[in-house]
Design a protein around this ligand. Structure first.
Ligand code: MG
Length: 300
């Protein structure tokens, strides 16, 4: 008999869509244009970019160009956003071309939603970028709740509004919750709290994610059914070296991810396609635990 699930918690990046591919294509396009316009060697730019990413705790920083020291030195007093607009446009064009869900994700989430189960997204990508992708990928409302870390400090609000229409970065149907600043996966306490805050029970929850260390180990420690989205694993791709080169992640976590395999963390369930969730579990109507208890006590 299939386990009954009434809460699905899902990672977003590389579980619902190929975040790495989107990042790699858009970042490469932007970097190429910055190099072409400035004439500054790519390796110099990469080193500076890594520092900016580390400062802001993200590897997708919208105001990157304005903060690169060698560009500021090369063009004193000039508006870098204007000078390097082709780089920004190249980034956006590549992102637009790559931003799509993995096959079967939308239909599978719709089926799970129709069963009445609660669907919760949980990502480490910051609010600004996660919200954009949820909107563009038509997940607003398909996810009941989404958890993400609060944004880095933006240069200033007016700047943000001028560059990006504010409604693109707001969700209208999915409820948004912020994880505590500095709290990252794998934190089983945080995952347990997400289930608890929803009023659910761990026995009826499943967690799906692509990362053995961050997602699978976390779910196992939290005592929640773990499902490995193996199709989303990206760190063996040769293009991944570029992300390692400019990432904000700490060297230890880059190394751990590189070395970790299925021998270290054994996933309980493995997916080669997101729709496999429908084969693994019977999704049922969500009822908060308190309400279920109340029904029982009324009956008694
Ligand atoms: Mg992921």
């Amino acid at each position: 008999m299939k386990p009954k699930i009434n809460i699905l918690i899902t990672d977003l990046d590389n579980t619902l869509f190929d975040w790495f591919q989107i990042w790699h294509q858009s970042f490469t396009a932007m970097l190429g244009e910055i190099g072409r316009i400035s004439g500054i060697p790519t390796e110099v730019l990469k080193t500076e970019i890594k520092t900016v990413h580390e400062t802001h705790g993200t590897s997708e920083y919208a105001f990157l160009i304005e903060e690169l020291p060698s560009l500021r030195v090369k063009h004193p007093g000039e508006d870098l956003k204007v000078l390097y607009e082709p780089a920004i446009l190249a980034f956006r064009a590549a992102r637009k071309a790559e931003l799509r869900l993995y096959p079967s994700v939308h239909e599978t989430l719709e089926t799970i939603q129709k069963c009445g189960a609660l669907i919760i997204g949980y990502t480490e990508s910051l609010e600004f970028y996660s919200t954009y992708r949820i909107r563009k990928l038509d997940l607003d409302g398909l996810l009941d709740i989404v958890y993400f870390p609060p944004d880095h400090d933006l240069p200033d609000t007016h700047e943000r509004i001028r560059l990006y229409p504010s409604d693109v970065y707001k969700l209208t149907r999915t409820k948004t919750c912020r994880t505590p600043k500095g709290e990252t996966k794998p934190n089983p306490t945080l995952l347990s709290r997400i289930v608890q805050d929803a009023g659910g029970s761990k026995d009826m929850a499943a967690y799906v994610g692509d990362n053995l260390m961050k997602d699978i180990a976390m779910a196992q420690r939290a005592g929640i059914k773990d499902v490995w989205a193996e199709y989303g694993v990206a760190h063996h791709r040769k293009e991944y070296e570029l992300l390692r080169r400019v990432t904000h992640w700490k060297p230890e976590s880059v190394q751990t991810e590189r070395n970790l395999s299925e021998d270290d963390v054994k996933p309980t369930y493995v997916l080669d396609d997101f729709s496999g969730l429908l084969t693994l579990f019977e999704f049922t109507q969500f009822k908060p635990v308190e309400a279920a208890d109340a029904t029982v006590s009324r009956t008694l």
